[in-house]
Structure formats: C-alpha cells, structure tokens
Design a protein around this ligand. Structure first.
Ligand code: ROI
Length: 158
C-alpha cells in the first residue's frame, strides 16, 4: 500500500467549491482509501500577484496505484472539473499536486517526488501540519518544526 500526500489549490470559479468537489471525487475513487484532509486556507498568490487569492488544502490517502496511474487519476479529476490554466504560474480552477509518496524519491519526466517546492510553501506546510504534525519531512525536520521556519503570515484558516 502506498501512503500519499497531495496539495489542492484553486483561485478561480468558487475555489472552496472546487476543493470540496475534488475531495468528493477522490473519495469516490475505488482505488483510494483512508482519505483525510486539512482545513482550507486562503493565501496571497506565490508568483505573479495580479491574480485572485488561492484556497489551499492538503489531503492524504492510501492506494495500491503506482505513481503514474495515480498521476493520471488526479489529472482526470482536474480535467473533469474544467481545469482552466491561463498561463504558467497563473490562475487555475483546480491544481492537484502530488507532494509525497511514502518516503520515495522519483524523478520522472511527468513527476518529481517529493514535490520540489513543498518545503518553501506555507500554503503546503501549514495544512500538512493539520493532518500530520509529527511526520518527518525530506529535510529531517518534523512538519511542525519546519512550520516555524517559514512565513505563514498571509494564510487565513477558512
Ligand atoms: N500560490 C498560492 N498561494 N497557492 C497556490 O496553490 C499556488 N499555486 C501556484 C502558484 C501560481 C505558484 N502560486 C500559488 O501554482
């Protein structure tokens, strides 16, 4: 069984609803069990600032799916929910990013695990701390310890 952590993000077309729909779609997948998820947080966009605030959350689940079939399943959900992505690092209706798979490292053309930017992003670490504060991160710190090292001042728990 693989233990998966994913980040969810949206800043278009009712972001809270987008995340709720995505979580419902995930829990409806027969290949996924033990789904849990964090609080939802709003935050200023990282990257280009001329776009709406984001809503983010983190979810974890167990699955027997291998990484690429899992990525396909997540990208299916993104497409089913009318993913709009206007430009690189621009606004989007729904983003489902694989953050961690067990303690594995993967470097594939379509998928890098751990997610290369996760440690520097408050909108990932703060919700991750909701569901697994004591888990060790790739830098050897617990999620809770690492949370104290990054800026989360613009995050608002919804
Ligand atoms: N900024 C925030 N706050 N949340 C996101 O999910 C997010 N996703 C992105 C970029 C554009 C980098 N900025 C973000 O892809």
């Amino acid at each position: 069984m693989n233990k998966i952590y994913i980040g969810l993000g949206s800043n278009l077309n009712n972001p809270i609803q987008q995340l709720e729909n995505a979580l419902a779609a995930l829990s409806a997948l027969p290949e996924i069990t033990d789904l849990i998820y964090s609080n939802f947080y709003s935050s200023k966009p990282v990257g280009p600032q001329d776009q709406p605030d984001f809503v983010n959350a983190v979810a974890s689940f167990s699955t027997l799916l291998d990484p690429i079939p899992l990525l396909d399943a997540l990208q299916n959900i993104e497409q089913e929910h009318n993913r709009i992505r206007e430009r690189h690092w621009g606004p989007r209706t729904l983003d489902l990013d694989i953050l961690l798979i067990n303690n594995d490292t993967l470097s594939l053309p379509r998928l890098t695990v751990p997610h290369p930017y996760m440690l520097e992003r408050g909108f990932v670490i703060k919700p991750l701390a909701d569901i697994t504060p004591g888990m060790l991160l790739p830098n050897g710190k617990t999620v809770e310890e690492h949370l104290h090292c990054i800026n989360t001042t613009d995050l608002v728990c919804l």
